[in-house]
Design a protein around this ligand. Structure first.
Ligand code: NAP
Length: 252
């Protein structure tokens, strides 16, 4: 379906750490050249870029805040220097705060919705403009990283984050219909609880260990548990899959 050169160029937002880093490494192993977006931690991005290039692919680290329209345009422009962009993984996200909605500062709510929902919308918009065949693109595939929170609503934890991720799932379904005739597939991967620093960054480092007894497979996910499903959704093996939300949650 994708009219791509031998090594497709794929952008991974928030690719420098956590789940995004595992996705970037997995894509490099599967033959992608990776555009590694990050927001602030340049050292982590450059270190990972070296590991990706050691696997034989090209890797371009690009600092860009995905909530900023101009920086998203610059991200796609820099990515195009590697070749036609045919892949996008919208992974950048954060929870930032854990608690009841009534206790959550409004500034945090706005930032979380901007990053998890608006950032994904802005990157999808640029991908639609870049990849659509009727606009001169070569087709492609988009994978949006959502969360099991979208299904549960995450009461007493972060209902606004859950609502943002539910928005990402609705975006995925609608855009899959809009872009199917353009040769672009759009899917979402929904992780359960995964061991990354996202939980400590939101002020609750013990959250993952407390969750383990409630997970049917009796362990938390690792970033490496999520990455192969993302790589599959981007690959030609998934060429008839679009509009899907795939849960990877240890049975939750
Ligand atoms: P993480 O380890 O905290 O990494 C977040 C990544 O996002 C970093 O690379 C960070 O870059 C980047 N980022 C943050 N703000 C950004 C911005 N404004 N623009 C561009 N990049 C930005 O997070 P994670 O746990 O791997 O989560 C990855 C995704 O999975 C998120 O969408 C999250 O909601 C989702 N998810 C996670 C879990 C979980 O339990 N961990 C569960 C379900 C869903 P810098 O390092 O440069 O700041």
């Amino acid at each position: 379906m994708i009219d791509a050169p031998s090594r497709p160029v794929t952008i991974v937002t928030g690719g420098s750490r956590g789940i995004g880093a595992a996705i970037s490494l997995e894509l490099a192993r599967e033959g992608h050249d990776v555009v590694l977006n990050f927001a602030s931690d340049e050292a982590a991005a450059v270190e990972l870029a070296g590991r990706i290039e050691a696997l034989g692919g090209r890797c371009l680290p690009v600092r860009a805040d995905v909530t900023d329209e101009e920086q998203v345009e610059e991200l796609f422009a820099r990515a195009a220097t590697l070749g036609p962009v045919t892949g996008l993984v919208n992974n950048a996200g954060a929870t930032s705060f854990i608690g009841d909605l009534a206790d959550t500062p409004v500034a945090v709510i706005r930032r979380v919705i901007e990053l998890n929902l608006v950032g994904t919308v802005l990157c999808c918009r640029l991908a639609a403009r870049t990849m659509s065949r009727s606009r001169g693109g070569r087709g492609g595939a988009i994978v949006n990283i959502t969360s099991l929170a979208a299904a549960t609503g995450s009461p007493h934890t972060y209902v606004h984050y859950a609502a943002a991720k539910a928005g990402v799932e609705t975006l995925t379904r609608g855009l899959a219909v809009e872009l199917g005739p353009e040769g672009v597939r759009v899917n979402a991967v929904s992780p359960g609880i995964v061991r990354t620093t996202i939980h400590a960054d939101a002020g609750d480092a013990g959250r993952v260990d407390r969750a383990v007894p409630g997970i049917p497979l009796r362990r938390a996910g690792l970033p490496e548990d999520i990455a192969p499903t993302v790589a599959h959704a981007l690959s030609e093996r998934a060429s008839y899959m679009s509009g899907a939300v795939i849960t990877v949650s240890g049975g939750l």
